[in-house]
Design a protein around this ligand. Structure first.
Ligand code: DC
Length: 236
């Protein structure tokens, strides 16, 4: 594997998209750390708006209210004492609560609302324009950062993704069966890929990486190698 460029010059913009459980966030976080650039978890932003909507008792079909709520929400990623980035919603650290079952079940509906997407995409683009970022989501290569230097679409078989998610949940003490996790992933994939606005799909110029038989380290190494080839071409 070739060495990544030093962080001072690491202004590369990397888009990582893919279905739930494809390993996007783990991989994106590690790639960003290796390159010394920012990692932005766009799914966490949709989850935070969903949490706020659930707390406010909003109907998930009230698109106007959901878009207004998104516009009235301040989202910030801040580094905490342990060095990890947490998401703050209106000043409150919601990093744990946005992973709860009720939020996970409701987030596809909220993220399908065009007004909600318009608000969050604008914030994501503002951050993306500065460069030096790895952003993961569903529409980063297609809508948020169509000019990204490197676009990766991560996939893995449904069974493998369900197995990974189930292992993660079990480690957190969450008692679900693999079948339940698989059903939830299938439902979310179908919803995310079938929605009319910014559906989950690879950008025409993205590199598709099937991670079914790869370890996290192997996927990270492949993306870092692609990032090095990008720089080599720039200098070439
Ligand atoms: O990556 P995740 O599971 O945390 O994403 C939560 C939900 O948000 C998922 O159902 C798809 C949606 N999402 C989206 O529509 N666009 C993004 N850029 C990121 C996530």
């Amino acid at each position: 594997m070739s060495k990544p460029r030093p962080k001072e010059t690491g202004k590369i913009t990397i888009a990582i998209d893919g279905p739930a459980g494809s390993g996007k966030s783990t991989v994106a976080k590690r790639v960003a750390a290796a390159l010394g650039i920012l990692y932005l978890d766009t799914g966490a932003m949709y989850r935070a708006v969903t949490l706020k909507a659930l707390r406010a008792g909003l109907s998930l079909t009230d698109e106007v209210a959901l878009a207004e709520l998104a516009a009235a929400t301040v989202l910030e990623f801040k580094q905490t004492a342990d060095g990890t980035y947490h998401l703050f919603m209106d000043g409150e650290d919601v990093s744990t609560e946005i992973r709860s079952v009720p939020v996970t079940q409701a987030v596809s509906a909220v993220s399908a609302v065009p007004g909600v997407r318009a608000v969050l995409v604008q914030q994501q683009q503002r951050i993306g324009r500065q460069g030096g970022v790895v952003m993961d989501g569903r529409d980063i290569g297609t809508v948020v950062l169509p000019q990204a230097d490197l676009k990766i679409f991560l996939t893995a078989s449904l069974a493998e993704r369900a197995h990974r998610r189930w292992r993660e949940l079990r480690a957190k003490g969450c008692l679900v069966t693999k079948e339940e996790v698989e059903e939830d992933l299938e439902r979310r994939d179908a919803f995310d890929a079938g929605r009319p606005v910014a559906p989950l799909k690879p950008a025409a110029d993205s590199i598709i990486l099937d991670t079914t038989a790869l370890t996290i380290e192997e996927v990270v190494a492949k993306i870092l190698a692609l990032s090095s080839s990008f720089w080599a071409k720039q200098e070439g």
